[in-house]
Design a protein around this ligand. Structure first.
Ligand SMILES: Cc1cc2nc3c(=O)[nH]c(=O)nc-3n(C[C@H](O)[C@H](O)[C@H](O)COP(=O)(O)OP(=O)(O)OC[C@H]3O[C@@H](n4cnc5c(N)ncnc54)[C@H](O)[C@@H]3O)c2cc1C
Length: 386
């Protein structure tokens, strides 16, 4: 079993790491402090290196890379800027990817190129004030009117909501049919009745404009239904599988940044006449952090490889998301502890890692929901065996 990166993946990692350190790195503290999204010239430059269309085919302006490379890129971005990793992973995996996978030729022609080069930023929205983990409880409705659907409702916590232009929106077209009555509609900002609501003030990920979105009788042509109307909810759930590999990679990147900063500090900071890393209390922390993060990476690559081979990967996506978020959270907590009082101050990035990483345990399915999915798979397998 080969657990090493191939030539292309290594080259991608080297190239993107340099880009992230030089171009995105200086922006990370600015976005965090000013609660703002990246400036347009940086967004454009990211498009030039393929970050907005990592897995999109070249004919749509994408980089056409595999899912392992996708994980590597998100990890590298997250090492320098968690917020930008969030913007890019959501845009790529839960907006552009489902359009390419489930969309008609018309939808691909209409949206894929602009999304893949970053001319337009995308998002995905199912969450509502009364429908979080239980997304099927959504109340946004889509009423048929001739060849169109009239979409009305409110969405909350929309990543890229404040700066995005194209959104995959879950809405009930037949409320009596449960999950089979939910469709996914592509709604763009130019449609009348689309309104961006409050931009959330958050603990972390402040360089991503998470917002409410309002749809006031938005007229959506039936051509903008993604995939089959009846299978909308399944499509949304499948979309979250790839999304979860991205969130796991994001958690990993933030955890690695925290670990590397802590390891360096532990080898330099002296107390009681020697570097604090020489004390077992600190070196054991570093050993656990490194082992956890390496294990998280292997789980991520396993899920990504299964996806690349066309094999089922729902369970593995949930496992890697749950584990990476949990261990990255721990790594950030321990890193802050290793920095002592300095870690608690805004001058160093460790407190930002700590604030940014928390939400990886929450969005695209909380850790509790990940364990439910993994548990259900285990029970199904067990039933098959007996
Ligand atoms: C910064 C940010 C960005 C986001 N981006 C998006 C986005 O782009 N698109 C989108 O649609 N959503 C987005 N979300 C929403 C996110 O996916 C939800 O917050 C998440 O799914 C949890 O829903 P909730 O917040 O309503 O919590 P709830 O579902 O109310 O859960 C509250 C608590 O109860 C637990 N719980 C709930 N049900 C169960 C159960 N059956 N068993 C055990 N425990 C349970 C949860 O794990 C959690 O701990 C974002 C959220 C944040 C914070």
């Amino acid at each position: 079993m080969d657990l090493t990166l191939n030539k292309t993946q290594k080259a991608v990692q080297k190239h993107i790491r340099r880009f992230c350190e030089n171009v995105l790195g200086p922006w990370a503290p600015v976005l965090d402090k000013e609660h703002r999204f990246l400036p347009p010239d940086v967004v454009k430059e990211m498009g030039r290196v393929g970050i907005w269309g990592i897995q999109a085919p070249k004919k749509y302006g994408g980089a056409e890379l595999d899912t392992v490379s996708y994980s590597i890129i998100i990890e590298e971005i997250a090492r320098v800027c968690g917020s930008t990793a969030l913007s890019t992973t959501v845009h790529n995996s839960v907006c552009l990817a489902p359009i390419l996978k489930f969309g008609s030729e018309y939808l691909k022609e209409k949206y894929a190129y602009d999304l893949a080069i970053g001319k337009k930023i995308g998002g995905f929205t199912v969450t509502e004030p009364n429908a979080g983990s239980d997304a099927a409880g959504m109340q946004t409705i889509a009423v048929k009117d001739g060849n169109d659907y009239i979409v009305t409702g409110q969405k909350t916590f929309v990543t890229n909501g404040g700066n995005g232009e194209v959104f995959l929106v879950g809405a009930k077209y037949d409320p009596g049919k449960g999950t089979r009555g939910i469709g996914v509609f592509i709604i763009d900002k130019s449609m009348e009745g689309f309104e961006v609501g409050k931009i959330e003030e958050k603990l972390g990920m402040r360089g991503n404009l998470t917002s409410e979105l309002y749809f006031d009788h938005v007229r959506v042509p039936k051509e903008n239904i993604l995939g089959s109307l009846k299978a909308g909810f399944i499509l949304a759930m499948k979309t979250l599988d790839i999304g979860r590999i991205g969130i796991a990679s994001q958690a990993l990147g933030i955890g690695c940044a925290a670990f590397e900063a802590a390891a360096k500090y532990a080898s330099q900071r002296k107390q009681f006449g020697r570097p604090i890393g020489k004390f077992q209390g600190i070196s054991f922390k570093l050993a656990e952090m490194k082992t956890d993060l390496e294990a998280a990476r292997l789980l991520i690559y396993k899920a990504a490889s299964l996806k690349d081979k066309g094999l089922p990967y729902t369970r593995e996506a949930s496992m890697c998301k749950f584990f990476a978020a949990d261990r990255a959270m721990k790594a950030c907590r321990e890193a802050l502890q290793i920095f002592g009082g300095y870690g608690y101050c805004l001058e160093l990035p460790v407190e930002r890692y700590f604030r940014d990483v928390k939400v990886t345990e929450i969005y695209e399915g909380t850790s509790e929901i990940m364990k439910l999915i993994i548990g259900n798979h285990i029970l199904k397998e067990f039933k098959q065996i007996n």
